[in-house]
Design a protein around this ligand. Structure first.
Ligand code: BG6
Length: 487
């Protein structure tokens, strides 16, 4: 796909996402000469900055180690501009249109524009509507793409309402819903591991797989995002989007080719097969937790309720543990255990495929388990664990591992998720962006949990720096399993 000359318009330009993620990623792509020959970045928000003041603010966020040479950074800055408008005021879009048009003429951007909404979600439909009021959605001359950040909706109904609002002005193929987990190299690698090798796929089903664990653990608490997080919780923040997307990559059927339609058709098929959660599941297969204060390695860690922006009687979960199933031929009866939480002992995202034991124990009753660990982050890689004979007399077996780390591919520098996805946006490759039907399928699956949380529900405390509430251990123990301890 071509990397067309284009104007990258970022709404919410003075915000955290733009400063911390988008700009450093664009700069990195620029240093690698991956951006189009002609491009500009136009930051848009309400704050008043001159172009130069905005550039200076951005430079401060680019790590010194990333500044390959000062001239390159200066060249990058020459492509950055800023326009202050009131995003909620339709009249201000005339000013924006005029600015885009001038930049377009000066830099020969071929009327292509990417509108990235790095704003609070309440502005998504407003921005789409106001852009359209000034025909900035019109693709007669040059493409126009709209990028929507997570969260896409707050529940199933609001996601449908947002879709409808966007569809009034943009076509589905113009809308790119970002889930940065799909931009992670190791998440994509799951597809290659499964579908480019003939040795795994024959075993990739309920006949050979006993159960699957998915862990998305973070060591940090909610930091300064208490205000946002308290209305969201781990369910909406991590499970509804990132972790269900990871599960889709693990569980989907092979697409016939890798392109946006084929891939996303398979993703939605598997997400639509997630077994609806029953009252029994909500009571027995779901554990919601919240971190409490504790001291870890001499450091005092505060309770969630003591975080800035969090009410001191908050019932928001910072941990979710869930046992779930997929209702289709491949996965019938295979439990998927998922957990995600803040303030856990370490930051790790991984998928562990536990294979069934041999049908008959020839050597010892305690034969090692066959498992495949797909480490999404950090120390990205894959580990295959299996049993071999212990040297010496007898036939005792011991567990050994075949271990691959991406860092062993010395020359390969992994693109960060945002680098990869920004590049795909400019190319117009929607393969790694969520389609509306997939987003709805995810909301549809978690909606019973959201409804359950409106009633009386159990919320368990767990000390900061631990693996979550003990009740979550029982989710596996009662099935004869145990969460893997990744550190
Ligand atoms: C974001 C969540 O979408 O993902 C954050 O809002 C979370 O709360 C983050 O920390 C995790 O992303 P990563 O890439 O650090 O695993």
């Amino acid at each position: 796909l071509a990397i067309d000359n284009s104007c990258i318009v970022i709404f919410g330009a003075s915000g955290d996402l733009t400063q911390r993620m988008l700009m450093p990623a664009l700069y990195k792509l620029f240093t690698q000469q991956k951006l189009p020959t002609a491009f500009v970045i136009l930051g848009v928000s309400r704050s008043t900055y001159s172009d130069q003041a905005f550039r200076d603010k951005l430079i401060n966020n680019i790590p010194a180690s990333a500044v390959i040479n000062k001239q390159l950074l200066a060249d990058f800055c020459q492509r950055i501009f800023y326009q202050s408008i009131d995003t909620a005021n339709v009249n201000d879009y005339a000013i924006l249109k005029d600015r885009i048009s001038k930049l377009n003429d000066t830099f020969k951007l071929e009327n292509n524009a990417l509108f990235y909404m790095a704003t609070p979600p309440s502005l998504y439909s407003v921005i789409a509507q106001h852009l359209a009021a000034h025909h900035l959605n019109n693709e007669q001359k040059g493409w126009k793409r709209l990028v929507v950040e997570k969260p896409f909706g707050y529940d199933l109904d609001s996601a449908i309402t947002l879709d409808k609002a966007l569809y009034q002005h943009f076509q589905e193929q113009q809308i790119y819903r970002i889930d940065h987990y799909l931009g992670k190299e190791t998440v994509q690698n799951m597809l290659v591991l499964r579908f480019a090798n003939s040795i795994f796929e024959p075993l990739w089903n309920g006949k050979y797989i006993d159960y699957i664990e998915v862990t998305g653990a973070e060591a940090l608490g909610v930091e300064k995002r208490g205000g946002y997080y308290d209305g969201s919780g781990a369910m909406r923040d991590m499970l509804q989007n990132h972790l269900l997307q990871v599960i889709a990559m693990v569980a989907m059927e092979p697409p016939s080719v890798i392109n946006a339609d084929s891939m996303r058709d398979e993703v939605v098929k598997v997400l639509q097969c997630l077994k609806p959660l029953s009252e029994h599941d909500l009571k027995h297969n779901l554990v919601l937790g919240q971190y409490t204060e504790s001291k870890v390695r001499g450091e005092d860690l505060s309770a969630y309720r003591a975080e800035a922006g969090v009410p001191d009687d908050s019932r928001t979960e910072t941990y979710v543990g869930l046992k779930m199933f997929i209702n289709n031929w491949r996965w019938n009866g295979v439990p998927f255990y998922i957990r995600t939480g803040k303030r856990m002992p370490t930051r790790v995202t991984e998928v562990v495929i536990h294979f069934k034991k041999t049908p008959h124990p020839v050597f010892s009753a305690h034969a090692p388990e066959n498992k495949l660990i797909i480490r999404i982050q950090p120390d990205e890689g894959i580990v295959l664990g299996f049993g071999l004979k212990q040297p010496g007399s007898g036939f005792e077996s011991q567990e050994v591992a075949m271990d691959f780390h991406y860092s062993d591919l010395k020359k390969t520098e992994l693109l960060t998720a945002y680098e990869r996805l920004l590049l795909d946006l400019i190319k117009g490759d929607a393969t790694l962006f969520s389609r509306s039907d997939a987003v709805r399928a995810c909301w549809n699956f978690v909606q019973p949990i959201l409804d359950y949380k409106k009633r009386s529900f159990s919320l368990y405390g767990y000390a900061s720096g631990t693996w979550g509430p003990v009740e979550a251990e029982h989710l596996l123990i009662k099935d004869g399993h145990k969460w893997r301890s990744p550190c």
